[in-house]
Design a protein around this ligand. Structure first.
Ligand SMILES: [Zn+2]
Length: 142
């Protein structure tokens, strides 16, 4: 990691710069850990971040009723009627399955609908723990 203008700054300002960076970073990590809601966006006169968020939420609602998603839930249901996580290193029996896009859907762009509505073979049913872990890793890498 390199600090901007690190060579031109005095030692004192580097320290305050770093501590300011760390306190913001710690704050961000705490927000992610406690899943604090992000500051509310407001409507734009046109297509802005708020409208894009609304489109994502609306499309996700439709996707939750998709055939592909129901196929995955059926696939996770054993002959005993219990649900199991499809993560082969987990296979935990759980009360609820979280259907995950193996390839993250990502931004609302030209390819968004195609990445959201993938066939069931490109989805996996995970337990909450496995799903949260994957979602967190995807957020950090984006
Ligand atoms: Zn799992």
């Amino acid at each position: 990691m390199s600090w901007p203008h690190a060579h031109t700054r005095s030692h004192q300002s580097q320290v305050s710069h770093c501590s300011e960076y760390y306190s913001r970073r710690v704050l961000r990590l705490r927000e992610e850990e406690t899943l604090m809601p992000k500051p509310k966006l407001t409507r734009t006169d046109g297509l802005g971040p708020y409208e894009i968020q609304q489109i994502r939420n609306a499309v996700r609602l439709l996707w939750h009723r998709s055939k592909a998603k129901s196929i995955v839930v059926k696939r996770c249901t054993g002959p005993d009627g219990f649900l199991r996580c499809e993560n082969q290193t987990c296979l935990e029996m759980v009360p609820k399955i979280y259907v995950d896009h193996i390839q993250a859907v990502g931004d609302v762009d030209e390819g968004f609908l195609k990445r959201m509505f993938v066939p069931s073979t490109e989805l996996q049913g995970l337990c909450k723990q496995c799903h949260d872990k994957k979602t967190k890793a995807e957020r950090q890498s984006s």
